[in-house]
Design a binder for this molecule. Structure first.
Ligand SMILES: Nc1ncnc2c1ncn2[C@@H]1O[C@H](COP(=O)(O)OP(=O)(O)O)[C@@H](O)[C@H]1O
Ligand SMILES: [Mg+2]
Length: 337
């Protein structure tokens, strides 16, 4: 399969000295939805701006649809659409006018522009409102028009920088469905950045976790979760002084079913093979230690846990699913009986 985006040892140091992108390499296949996941300042927008020819890299190479973005920027631009983090639509114009303006940049024939605009306005559910000035649109509608503008020239690759930033959950889900549609219907290659865990999880075939200019890991969301190797058990102790709990920690760590236990905020996070069976073993360690467990929770690994394990930081909200809660209650019930 052809690689639609190729990035090879890409580095960007801004004039102020900030190294926003540090020796990054990856490839995206045709028809893939590929996500850059990372916190503010990770270097996501910088990478996208290099790929879309808006800024030049300091070193390394990047290509889109087989075209080198530094040597052939003009040709490359005809092959991709770019929807920036900030809204780019003109408020004083109507939906139609915004698309016609955008089409002008690509010198598309008039007849084609009308049909094409209609098609994408329908795709993003704006056809009915396309005659109204954009200043009457909601935030979600503006974003949808922005995405439509990025699609006017039928690009092979679509770049979306934080496509759902600040939008309500319903609008976000609509945008996810457009993205899926574009891939399924046109085999479009989609490159998006996000700092929403569940967005990356729901939408992307593969994710690169980016932090401080470098890529920590690239894989499919499910494989990233599986790689963690089990369930997540969060434990809070009655005692926090390191010298008092070191013995207990050592004992937990040496249990064959525990693959790791690390401090995190006010608690410890352990990765275990199978929470249902392994929590009782952890309890046994505490039995004669004089230290009590003040709270313990069990959950399936989420992308948050993956993120935490690669960056040591938390990105999204850590909320366990209902399923996890039920499962955990059952473990506790069995232990008491
Ligand atoms: N034009 C610029 N000049 C100098 N530093 C910049 C510029 N744009 C971004 N940076 C810095 O580069 C780093 C990466 O920023 P950015 O690529 O916007 O990250 P992200 O999109 O992941 O939030 C940050 O430290 C940011 O402050
Ligand atoms: Mg950004």
């Amino acid at each position: 399969m052809a690689s639609m985006i190729g990035v090879d040892r890409l580095t960007k140091t801004y004039s102020g000295g900030v190294m926003a992108v540090n020796d990054v390499s990856f490839e995206v296949e045709e028809g893939e939805i590929f996500g850059f996941l990372g916190p503010n300042g990770a270097g996501k927008s910088t990478t996208i701006m290099i790929l879309t020819t808006l800024i030049a890299p300091t070193s390394g190479r990047a290509s889109v649809a087989g075209l080198d973005v530094v040597r052939e920027p003009y040709q490359a631009r005809f092959n991709f659409g770019y929807v920036s983090q900030e809204l780019a639509v003109d408020d004083s114009l109507t939906g139609w006018e915004n698309l016609y303006l955008q089409a002008g940049f690509y010198h598309l024939p008039k007849r084609e522009v009308r049909a094409r605009s209609e098609e994408i306005l329908k795709l993003v559910d704006l056809f009915e409102r396309a005659g109204d000035p954009v200043e009457t649109y909601s935030g979600g509608m503006r974003k949808r028009l922005d995405i439509a503008a990025g699609l006017i020239h039928k690009p092979k690759v679509l770049f979306l920088d934080e496509p759902t930033l600040g939008l309500d959950i319903q609008t976000r889900r609509h945008i996810w469905s457009y993205i899926n549609y574009l891939r399924n219907e046109y085999n479009m290659t989609i490159f998006l950045t996000t700092h929403y865990m569940e967005e990356a999880d729901a939408l992307c075939d593969r994710i690169a976790i980016m932090d401080q200019g470098t890529i920590k890991v690239i894989d499919k969301p499910c494989d990233l979760k599986n790689k963690l190797g089990g369930d997540i058990v969060n434990i809070k102790f009655s005692e926090t002084a390191p010298e008092k709990i070191s013995g207990v920690l050592q004992a937990i760590r040496s249990l064959p079913v525990v693959s790791s236990i690390k401090p995190h905020k006010d608690r410890y996070t352990a990765v275990v093979k199978n929470g249902d069976e392994d929590i009782p073993e952890i309890f046994r360690v505490f039995q004669h230690s004089g230290i009590e467990i003040s709270s313990i929770t069990l959950k399936k690994p989420s992308l948050d846990d993956v993120y935490l394990s690669y960056t040591g930081k938390e990105l999204g909200n850590e909320t366990g699913s209902k399923e996890d809660a039920t499962r955990f209650r059952n473990v506790m019930r069995r232990m008491r009986s």
